[in-house]
Design a protein around this ligand. Structure first.
Ligand SMILES: CC(C)(COP(=O)(O)OP(=O)(O)OC[C@H]1O[C@@H](n2cnc3c(N)ncnc32)[C@H](O)[C@@H]1OP(=O)(O)O)[C@@H](O)C(=O)NCCC(=O)NCCS
Length: 170
């Protein structure tokens, strides 16, 4: 459980499948991350649970501290084929442009580079996803390479622990 000024992050479980489907059913939300059937959501959430059990990290539901309402997801995802740990962020459209994604991601980076001791965290972002790239750049990520993930093009952004810990503005 991670708590920030406005948010609470908790591990996602298979019980979140209905909510996961709803979150990704908005055409603006799923434009770059795709939509899910209930079966696909259950499979994805089982994989997330396996990551929590096997690696000690995974994706979280992000809830408003004030009301407990789940408004998005953020956390860490291990990609076996890249040998990389990625940070991800997806929020319901009603909660965009309030700084929630950046706030949640800042807490996830502190967790990843702190207690988890990761040396580098990536963010795989579709070249047209300017809102997501803006979050990554605000957090200090820089473009590392062009790649393909799940048959879609992506720019792989990266932030190294040493750069994250270096003093000075990011
Ligand atoms: C990617 C995504 C999470 C970014 O959302 P976002 O609302 O732009 O990002 P944040 O929550 O960090 O909000 C930042 C904005 O809130 C503004 N803001 C307003 N109040 C704020 C506050 N109290 N604190 C900080 N920022 C605030 C910032 O100025 C910034 O606006 P700007 O980008 O116009 O400068 C969102 O577009 C999304 O969910 N997209 C669909 C899923 C997706 O594509 N995910 C990424 C896959 S790689």
């Amino acid at each position: 459980m991670i708590v920030t000024e406005r948010l609470r992050l908790r591990p996602l479980t298979e019980a979140d499948a209905d909510w996961w489907v709803r979150l990704h059913s908005d055409g603006e939300v799923n434009r770059f991350v795709g939509g899910y059937t209930l079966d696909q959501a259950a499979t994805r959430l089982r994989d997330i649970q396996r990551q929590w059990t096997g690696r000690g990290h995974g994706l979280c539901a992000v809830e408003l501290r004030g009301t407990g309402e789940p408004i998005g997801r953020c956390g860490l995802n291990w990609w076996e084929q890249f040998g990389e740990t990625e940070i991800g962020w997806t929020f319901a459209r009603a909660h965009w442009k309030r700084g929630y994604a950046t706030e949640a991601a800042q807490a996830v980076l502190a967790w990843g580079f702190g207690p988890l001791g990761l040396r580098r965290i990536t963010a795989m972002i579709h070249p047209d996803n300017t809102a997501s790239a803006a979050v990554a750049k605000r957090l200090g990520f820089t473009a590392l390479r062009e790649d393909t993930v799940l048959d879609r093009p992506c720019t792989v952004y990266a932030l190294a622990r040493d750069d994250y810990l270096a003093p000075g503005p990011r």
